[in-house]
Ligand binder design. Structure first.
Ligand code: FMN
Length: 188
């Protein structure tokens, strides 16, 4: 199918360190972790799917969560919706472990089944993860996880997730359009 009649954009040079404003994947997630007697939550936008049940996450080594996750080799990736925006920002503004971010932001820790890190009950989806590849941590701060158990709300089908554009701006997920019938099955 040819794309004719689509507008050509006028462009200018753009700083390479700001391309994230266009590429950031979202949705923003809250990563919960636990190790020994400690638990924590951090906000994270830099993640990517690597195969169907693997997720790569950039976790800055100055974050308290970094060591909790590296040592426990697990975490939970929680997907919040727009109604949790204050917690998303507040959790990202604060370094753990104290005050406890579950208490501070009124979030409920729920028991996971395959990891010791708690799920965040208020989030639409919770993915229990095990760290399966540590080879990129030292060089790139990238943790490669396998999702070992997923809990997803039964409705709505398309939750109002938030996607970070940088510079304090979020995009809230909106309209969904299906082109399913045009897809090669393997790409669905
Ligand atoms: C919208 C948003 C996105 C963020 N994305 C990331 C990220 O992808 N990786 C990261 O290491 N920190 C990210 N942060 C920063 C951490 O959430 C922040 O440093 C937090 O205080 C870490 O908590 P901790 O030190 O208790 O682990 C983000 C913060 C916000 C507000």
């Amino acid at each position: 199918m040819r794309t004719t009649g689509i507008k050509h954009f006028r462009k200018k040079d753009f700083p390479t360190d700001k391309v994230r404003r266009f590429l950031e994947p979202g949705p923003i997630v809250l990563i919960s972790s636990a190790h020994k007697a400690e638990r924590n939550i951090m906000t994270l936008g830099w993640h990517m799917m690597m195969e169907f049940d693997r997720v790569g996450c950039f976790i800055w080594d100055q974050n308290h969560s970094f060591e909790l996750i590296r040592r426990s080799r697990q975490c939970v990736i929680n997907v919040p919706t727009y109604d949790l925006i204050d917690a998303v920002i507040g959790i990202g503004n604060q370094h753990g472990p104290r005050p406890d971010k579950f208490d501070e932001f009124g979030l409920t820790p729920a028991k996971a089944t395959k990891v010791t890190a708690p799920l965040i009950a208020e989030c639409f989806a919770n993915f229990e993860c095990k760290l399966i590849d540590t080879s990129l941590i030292k060089r790139h701060s990238v943790f490669v996880f396998e999702v070992v158990k997923a809990h997803v709300a039964t409705s709505p089908k398309y939750p109002q997730t938030v996607h970070y554009r940088g510079d304090g701006v979020f995009m809230i997920s909106g309209r969904n359009v299906s082109y399913r019938e045009r897809f090669k099955r393997v790409n669905l």
